[in-house]
Design a protein. Structure first.
Length: 201
């Protein structure tokens, strides 16, 4: 092997990443920022550290994300999209309201637990309550649509009630350090189904 070939075989990860498409570099920056924000917090994480973790030049980070808050917004958009994809995937399960509600709520709690560290980073900081309220409203609309299609009376109120209830159950399990996810999901499934199946007089 000649010197040129040998040198090309030792291309650094930073150079290799720089050769990728812009969307791949952007994704690497978001992934790096997410990992560092979760581990150290937004305030304690520098743009230099994000660039090093992503394997890109600092200018590449600033090109897409002028501030750390822009990165937080990008991470939040991905978080929201994953939650919504999960519940939308469950929205077609079951022709009756109890089955549909339990499937939707179980999907929500599963997605929530899968992204718990990111959730806490996003929603326990400055401006977090406003961001969480927007997400709650979006989820409520999604579940209300599922319930309305199955003839549930006052679907918006029922959706808000269910979402508040199942997220409270998940939060209680986390605070109690209860790691039995299967038991939690069975409980969510049972209570959501029962809540929708009971008709008020």
């Amino acid at each position: 092997m000649d010197a040129t070939a040998s040198e090309s075989s030792r291309v650094s990860p930073t150079i290799e990443l720089a050769r990728r498409a812009p969307d791949q570099r952007r994704a690497a920056v978001i992934d790096a920022a997410r990992e560092l924000f979760v581990a150290h917090g937004v305030t304690a994480t520098s743009m230099d550290a994000i660039a090093r973790r992503a394997g890109v030049a600092k200018g590449t980070v600033y090109l897409s994300f002028p501030t750390k808050q822009h990165l937080v917004h990008a991470i939040e958009a991905e978080f929201d999209a994953r939650i919504l994809d999960a519940v939308k995937g469950a929205a077609t399960i079951g022709s009756d309201a109890p089955t549909a509600a339990s499937a939707w709520c179980t999907a929500l709690v599963t997605a929530y637990l899968d992204q718990l560290e990111v959730h806490d980073m996003l929603f326990y900081g400055v401006g977090a309550r406003a961001a969480e309220r927007i997400m709650d409203a979006t989820l409520s609309d999604s579940l209300a649509e599922v319930l309305d299609a199955r003839g549930v009376h006052d679907p918006g109120a029922v959706a808000s009630f269910l979402i508040g209830g199942v997220t409270a159950l998940a939060d209680a399990a986390i605070l109690q350090q209860d790691d039995n996810r299967d038991a939690l999901l069975r409980r969510v499934e049972r209570l959501a189904s029962a809540a929708v199946g009971v008709r008020s007089s």
